[in-house]
Design a protein around this ligand. Sequence first.
Ligand SMILES: Cc1cc2nc3c(=O)[nH]c(=O)nc-3n(C[C@H](O)[C@H](O)[C@H](O)COP(=O)(O)OP(=O)(O)OC[C@H]3O[C@@H](n4cnc5c(N)ncnc54)[C@H](O)[C@@H]3O)c2cc1C
Length: 579
Amino acid sequence: MSENRNQQARASLAAWQAHKPTDYLQADSNVQRVLQMHLGEGYSRHLPLLRKASMLSASQMDRLAINSNRDENLPRLNRFNGIGERTEEVVFHPDYHELGTCVWDTGVLAVLEQPGNELLSGVLSYFIAHNGEAGHACPVACTAGLIKLLQQVGSPEQKKRYLPQLFETDYAKRLYGAQFVTEVQGGSDVAAISCVAVADAKVRGQYRISGEKWFCSVIDAGLFVLAARPEGAPVGTQGLALFLVPRTVDGEVNDFTIRRLKYKLGTRSMASAEVDFNGALAEPIGPLEEGFRNLMSIVLDTSRVHNAIAACGLMRRACIEAQAYARQRTAFGKPIIEHATVAQILARMKVINSAAVATTFRLLAMGDRLATDKATGKASDKSAEARRTHVNINKYWTSIQCTRVIRDAIEVLGGNGTIEEFSVLPRLYRDAIVLESWEGTHNTLCAQVLRDFATRSLHLPWLADLSDVLSSITHSSLQVHRSRAARLLSDTEARIERLLSSEADYASLHIRTVVDHMCALNNYLSLLVELDWELSQNIESRKALLVDLYYFMFIDQADPMDNPEFHRLIQGVCMKTAR
Ligand SMILES: Cc1cc2nc3c(=O)[nH]c(=O)nc-3n(C[C@H](O)[C@H](O)[C@H](O)COP(=O)(O)OP(=O)(O)OC[C@H]3O[C@@H](n4cnc5c(N)ncnc54)[C@H](O)[C@@H]3O)c2cc1C
């Protein structure tokens, strides 16, 4: 009898494993619709590229990410070769490189050659991130930032020298980037950077970088973007400049030494190092005096968007794992999905994931519109300013929610959820916590939003953008939502005004609460835009239930015990939408 029960349980686990999608795009009807909305006819044109990435991610990449993240397969440092020459080499497991071959083969970076392809590249990253950081999401993000930096402020000679290899799809031939800002005294307080750049005595226009960088991810990269202070430049952020530091100069390793690779909680198969720069040869990228501006508006901007994309990919994978598990696993005589509290967790995960996709893909589409408008001379400063605030609050919200959703998925899997061999969830959870801190911690992002509002009035373009979004929602069945969103918009505006007219200490204390309100508004409106579009296309989906549930779970202050709709919405979002 007990053997029979064991067999049944194991058969249901096998069924869970067999249920996993072989094509993440095909399994994701929500993202299919979101992409159709944003890409229009471009969607079918890009479908082969999207499917290739989504299928590779669900098959080879999955297996290779699992293996290259095992403790015994993590990267190690090999500073010298056999005859004692300095190499500063990082040795990776062969599966790491095989995975990289798949990642680069998707064209995730190559598509950036055409302006206006941020969404396309972002979706490819989203599928890759179904495997967590996987050792290559960070290199892709850093390389994307480097590409944009070169495209926007590189000299014609720099563009010619570096861009073709950065667009390479052949992993073995590619050039890829890293970005070194953080020093041991702190990452958030960039003004405290002490690395110095001294003009090279021999080569005009070149510099020598000296100092220590404390967090150098992708230390194996061929080209580093590095923030340093030119000798004699002012203190603070205004004295910072950006440099390109090649890994090798004339075939020899540049003048930097790796102290050690960091032994990390997450993102473990990617190599992060502590590095001393001992007069490394470097060239400025962009005007020296605009270093901080370019760091924030191009390099970190790109990384923050990639961070949100990664968060969406990780969350989606957690939803896939947990939803399928809850259908197969039985407890107390029925599949656990039929227990109301499990269904509630699954529904919440799905609502959060959908909101994150809605805001992040909208942000990507906004970036594409700006790039296209810039190319045709129609770019508006207001859109770029609104986007800046969206980037910062979206990095903040998606990274927090990512950890929450993965933790929820672990709860649904019970004890099995904590076991590395059983599922990807423990690894995703560790990666998610890193997503929360790099590219700007929560407080730093909120502080930046407050500074932008107080010193540059950037709340005005952000509020105007959301007001335009609200006006664009026109379907007659959405009148109640429109009224609620209008109230939320004016409430958020009032909160911002209140902060800005308060003492600095009060504003610093409450900015995070205000950003939470801003995120809720942005999430709600971004979901409504999708619902409005689906209704206009007569598409049948569960989005209306999902938007209602988002409202009741995250905006409405009323007690769910008093809400007769609550149970129906949970059932509708969780039970009927397997995907
Ligand atoms: C795995 C990993 C890889 C990384 N790779 C890189 C890399 O390749 N390149 C790179 O440059 N950096 C990298 N980083 C560093 C990362 O960007 C920093 O950790 C991050 O910017 C925060 O800096 P910090 O760790 O020094 O924390 P701190 O700046 O010391 O912050 C500590 C705490 O104080 C809070 N705080 C700081 N300032 C304020 C403020 N004004 N108001 C309120 N609270 C505040 C923060 O929110 C945080 O909670 C990496 C980090 C990790 C974890």
